[in-house]
Design a protein. Structure first.
Length: 197
């Protein structure tokens, strides 16, 4: 199994790169996000990799970060999503943004991807939401302070359809170190204010 490739960039195209590692040219399919991190031809690059074996082919996929590679693995585990569609989904923005979209239940974010319809985008949310939320919590909690959690919560509320100002107002007065708890409390607050209206 090829887990990473380091070497000189020989070819740099919109959908793939070729890296010369020890005299062997590895062709790696990449997302447009990863391509941004690949230097010009002749420079050294390092990519995390995933080898996908099919009955009739071997395909190597390259990723600028482990986070993107892990998300790729999660996406192809969803029924109806193959490697090419997963790569197209990853081209829709930084891996962290896509993780937040899944955690916030933003199915529309994935409907814009060629090859992903309404049902498949909803399946992504249903199948990955819990896994992603856990991963986001683990990574955000130790590093981020209250401000990080608050901005994550604000982004989550905006993804749920609230205007940025409305999201800020809902978060005012809520104290919690965890983005998920902040969102839950804000939604309870929104529900209370609607029932009073």
């Amino acid at each position: 199994m090829i887990a990473a490739v380091r070497g000189e960039v020989m070819v740099r195209r919109p959908d793939h790169v070729v890296i010369d590692a020890g005299g062997v040219g590895y062709r790696l399919a990449v997302s447009s996000e990863t391509l941004k991190a690949v230097p010009a031809t002749g420079r050294e690059a390092f990519l995390h990799a995933e080898l996908i074996s099919r009955e009739d082919s071997l395909a190597l996929f390259g990723f600028a970060s482990e986070e993107e590679r892990d998300l790729f693995g999660e996406l192809i585990s969803v029924s109806g999503i193959g490697p090419k569609v997963a790569l197209a989904a990853l081209s829709g923005g930084p891996a962290r943004e896509l993780l937040r979209a899944i955690a916030a239940g933003d199915a529309k974010r994935f409907q814009a991807v060629p090859g992903i319809g309404k049902r498949t985008s909803e399946r992504i949310i249903v199948e990955l939401r819990e896994k992603i939320a856990g991963a986001l919590e683990e990574e955000v909690a130790p590093v981020g302070g209250a401000e990080d959690a608050r901005s994550l919560a604000r982004d989550g509320l905006v993804n749920l359809g609230y205007a940025p100002l409305e999201a800020e107002q809902l978060l005012d007065g809520i104290d919690s170190g965890d983005a998920e708890e902040l969102i839950a409390a804000a939604l309870r607050k929104a529900g209370t204010s609607r029932s009073k209206a």
